[in-house]
Write a protein that binds this ligand. Structure first.
Ligand code: FES
Length: 272
């Protein structure tokens, strides 16, 4: 059992949990993830690690309460226990000796993008950040991003923070003013796909973090298979990061839709 040390609500739907997980905290690297089960009947929930503290023996996850299991998780509080956690899983992000990187986060994906930006900044890489949210109330990690980024642009769909537009608008503008050798994009699939189409003509390498359905997280079940450069890959062991210009996003969307009906049913039960 894994104890919840800290719980914070970052916006109406998003929660930060710091969880005691000594062994994982000593091994984890940016980009890796865990799979947890909230209780013994819970589904296996893959979540990218947002932060870790090896001295304290803790890992931090940031979760949007949007599906059956994440809603169940959102009902747990400090001092409660999570049934089990496996990890760290997946490959660490490869930053490829980049000198100037633009990190783009969409919605709760910002929670996964931010640790990569922080890691790069701590390793003396020039980092700009762009993050996009529906409105001001949904913005997370604003102060944290501003501290580590050379330049930070926060966009909202409705303009309620004074910066109306999509992350692609911001990226196109920032690419006119800067010469990036790497872009990292993490967020909803349409956003990652759109970012890749912005960077493709300029041939800027673009890493995306994929979120297919996962079950075992060890490359055995095939649930997380994605098509990259025409080849089948398993996001849990070959990723979750991939070269976005080579990802078959249509295939990813189709596979993620497969269990929508069951998920909706479970969601309704969790809310009752
Ligand atoms: Fe089973 Fe990746 S989750 S192969």
């Amino acid at each position: 059992m894994y104890k919840i040390l800290t719980k914070k609500q970052l916006n109406p739907d998003v929660y930060l949990y710091e969880i005691e997980a000594k062994a994982i905290s000593k091994k984890v690297q940016p980009g890796q993830f865990i799979i947890l089960r909230v209780d013994e009947f819970g589904e296996r929930l893959p979540l990218t690690i947002a932060d870790y503290n090896a001295d304290k023996g803790s890992v931090t996850i940031i979760v949007q309460a949007i599906g059956a299991s994440t809603i169940k998780l959102s009902h747990l509080n400090e001092g409660d226990f999570i049934q089990d956690i496996v990890g760290p899983l997946g490959k660490a992000t490869e930053f490829e000796d980049a000198k100037h990187v633009c990190v783009v986060g969409g919605g709760v994906g910002t929670a996964i993008a931010y640790p990569s930006a922080k890691f790069l900044s701590q390793n003396h890489v020039k980092v700009d950040m762009i993050a996009g949210f529906r409105n001001t109330d949904m913005i997370i990690l604003e102060n944290e991003m501003k501290v580590i980024a050379n330049h930070c642009m926060i966009m909202t769909d409705d303009g309620s923070n004074g910066n109306k537009g999509f992350v692609t608008d911001a990226l196109n503008k920032m690419m006119e003013e800067n010469k990036y050798d790497l872009v990292i994009a993490i967020g909803p699939i349409p956003m990652m796909r759109a970012i890749c189409e912005c960077t493709r003509p300029k041939q800027i390498k673009t890493i995306v973090s994929l979120n297919p359905i996962m079950i075992d997280g060890t490359g055995m079940c095939g649930g997380c298979r994605v098509t990259v450069d025409g080849k089948t890959k398993f996001a849990c062991v070959d990723g979750p990061d991939f070269d976005g210009h080579l990802v078959d996003f249509n295939n990813l969307v189709e596979r993620n839709r497969m269990y929508k009906e069951e998920e909706g049913h479970q969601c309704r039960l969790s809310k009752e």
